[in-house]
Write a protein that binds this ligand. Structure first.
Ligand code: BES
Ligand code: ZN
Length: 632
């Protein structure tokens, strides 16, 4: 069986055809790729095109891990015991997903089982096919990960805040759990899990499971996740971690050097949790803690249940970037409780979560902040609509033959949120909140497809409000590119003043010193900067920088916006900071646009190359993969 590689996939998509194999059991990776005749007609909308697992025959229901972390060889090794449930009574094979794993043995009741590992697909890894005797309902896989595992980053002490101890973290979403556990790596499948993690004695391990902050540091840590979760939410981190409570159910894990600043920055987490519960139903996961990672973490945040993983780049000192926490917390409802069944349905996770994020921010920080954040999000959406090919503007995106990592955009996030905002406006906020509450309850601990969601909408809001909602409109939002005509347009009074100030500056009526920026929030700065014309004169750049010291802004988002302007205008005084920024931050959303912009000129590319080569040993595999194309 063969799954088209991303390069090949891109070529095929360009000619309108790509196809994943129909049979996920076969392990012959050499079969030819059949061209597609059309998109939607041939797609099985509930099939997960990113997993080899034969989930229609056998389901893994529970995983018990016993794993040792070896920081010298940068390998995890140990056993995964998988409990099985047969869906097809005559199933005689179990197909698991793996990537770069060495499989030492597979056994059941201490008897070896025969297995074969297919040759690797570059994007999806290798199917592991295991012969299953009829009486077997539990198997043990003994395995070792590769130091290059796509879902694990091993950090040297120098890459941490404390500089004394190594660090490890996993990032499983979307298809990387298979690089550190052999399993059915599809969000359709939910498992409970237990784990014993063995580490050097001085380090603490934490997981997306029950964590005991006060556990003795003895190098052996036990975890339990009693609620069924999809594989992409299994997560592990190991490091010199301390813990500080922030509220009754919330706290933060971080290296000791960062713990106080983090606990202060995110002190509103408990209020966010309570506010969200009051609106959208009880929090299902007992505790909600944060883990602050080293700066190479490739995302802003990752909603690992009970323990969101968070980039340190949002510790700004003024809570200006805490919508990230609202976002990861909101995933406890949309994503972790109700889960997208396949990566095509990612918008069900991210669109609902982005909508909830805005609502949480409004509840905690007020309507001005809500409006400002919604405008900034909307502008990000417009930028993507302007630059992405039409097919990639579709929320229920066709990902056959493509790696979900490569199509990351604002579409599932901001278009999804705008869609929900439109429904909210049409049916009224209270009614929409009641709908969401019922939706989270109806599908709790289930993984659902876009089509199941549409069917649910049909039975609920569409039948309750036929005069304001229509199926055609819903389908236009979900299955068509662009933003439907007449969609809501977020606005902010606070931003109108910024527009006036910007125009004054651009027409030289106002010098920067005359603009009353003292009370500007980070959002106002971002709106000011992001909406400057692409080309500015040297004089304008120097004036702005002299007045506001933008090159040295300690806020990573403001610095990002300014550095984008600097690159587009080749404003050299900012290049020292630009270099430092690129080598010290691994969050892809912040560095990728800079590499992309730099790569547009010969000189810029050479600069990017130097920064990339220096930064590469510290970058996460995902950040390397996302950016290496810009420096070649
Ligand atoms: N779950 C996502 C991160 C993700 C998405 C990882 C898809 C891999 C594949 C997380 O919740 C997220 O959306 N993070 C954003 C936060 C932002 C939108 C507030 C990020 O990292 O930038
Ligand atoms: Zn998210």
């Amino acid at each position: 069986m063969r799954f088209v590689s991303i390069v090949l996939g891109a070529l095929l998509l360009a000619t309108g055809c790509s196809k994943a194999p129909e049979d996920s059991q076969a392990v012959d990776n050499t079969a030819a790729i059949k061209p597609l005749t059309s998109h939607e007609q041939s797609m099985n909308v509930s099939r997960d095109y990113h997993s080899f697992a034969n989930v229609d025959e056998v389901l893994v229901t529970h995983i018990n891990l016993d794993i040792t972390a070896n920081f010298d060889t940068q390998q995890l090794s140990g056993t995964a015991v998988l409990d099985l449930k047969r869906i097809a009574a005559d199933a005689d094979t179990l197909v698991l997903d793996t990537r770069d794993l060495v499989i030492n043995s597979v056994s059941a009741n201490d008897t070896a089982l025969s297995f074969s590992l297919a040759s690797a697909d570059p994007e999806l890894g290798s199917a592991l096919s295991i012969s299953l005797p009829s009486e077997v309902n539990q198997i043990t896989v003994d395995y070792t990960t590769s130091p290059e595992a796509s879902g694990v980053q091993w950090l040297t002490p120098l890459q941490t805040a404390g500089k004394r101890h190594p660090f490890l973290f996993t990032q499983a979403q979307a298809v990387h759990a298979r690089s550190f556990i052999p399993l059915q790596d599809s969000p359709k499948v939910r498992v409970t899990y237990q784990a014993t993690i063995r580490t050097p004695k001085e380090l603490l391990a934490v997981m997306s499971a029950s964590n005991q902050a006060d556990t003795e540091r003895d190098g052996v840590y036990e975890f339990n996740m009693p609620q069924p979760i999809p594989s992409y939410l299994i997560a592990l981190a190991i490091g010199d971690l301390s813990f500080k409570p922030m509220g009754e159910r919330t706290g933060v894990y971080a290296e000791p050097e960062l713990i106080e600043a983090a606990a202060k920055e995110f002190e509103d987490t408990e209020s966010m949790l309570i506010a969200t519960e009051n609106k959208y139903g009880p929090y299902s996961w007992e505790r909600y803690d944060l883990l602050i990672l080293p700066p190479s973490f490739p995302f802003g945040g990752m909603e690992n249940p009970r323990l969101s993983f968070i980039t340190p780049t949002v510790i700004a000192g003024d809570k200006s970037l805490v919508s990230l926490i609202a976002h990861e917390l909101a995933h406890s409802w949309s994503g972790n409780t109700v889960t997208n069944a396949t990566w095509r349905d990612l918008w069900l996770n991210e669109g609902f979560t982005t909508y909830l994020t805005y609502r949480i921010m409004e509840m905690i920080y007020g309507t001005d902040r809500y409006n400002m954040e919604a405008v900034l999000g909307y502008q990000d959406l417009l930028a993507d609509i302007a630059s992405l090919p039409a097919d990639d503007q579709i929320m229920a995106i066709d990902l056959r033959g493509r790696n979900p990592d490569d199509v990351f955009s604002n579409i599932p996030y901001e278009k999804g949120a705008l869609f929900l905002r439109e429904i909210e406006q049409k049916v009224g906020r209270d009614n929409f909140d009641a709908f969401l509450l019922a939706y989270f309850e109806a599908f709790a601990f289930k993984s659902i497809t876009t089509d199941e969601f549409v069917a649910y909408l049909d039975q609920t809001l569409l039948s309750d409000y036929p005069d304001v909602l229509s199926k055609e409109r819903i389908k236009e939002w979900i299955f068509s590119p662009g933003i439907p005509a007449g969609a809501p347009v977020p606005g902010s009074d606070a931003f109108s003043k910024i527009d006036t100030a910007r125009s004054g500056f651009l027409s030289a009526v106002l010098s920067p010193e005359d603009i009353a920026t003292d009370a500007w929030t980070v959002h106002e700065w971002l709106y000011f900067l992001n909406n400057l014309p692409e080309q500015l004169t040297d004089e304008q750049l120097v004036k702005l920088d002299t007045a506001f010291d933008l090159t040295n802004s300690p806020n990573n988002e403001i610095a990002h916006s300014w550095l984008m302007i600097a690159v587009a205008n080749e404003y050299k005084p900012a290049y020292g900071r630009l270099h430092e920024y690129l080598v010290s931050i691994g969050r892809n959303k912040l560095v990728k646009p800079l590499y992309r912009e730099l790569s547009k000129t010969v000189e810029g590319k050479a600069f990017a190359k130097r920064a990339f080569e220096q930064a590469k040993p510290g970058y996460h595999p995902l950040t390397i993969k996302a950016n290496e194309g810009y420096v070649q």
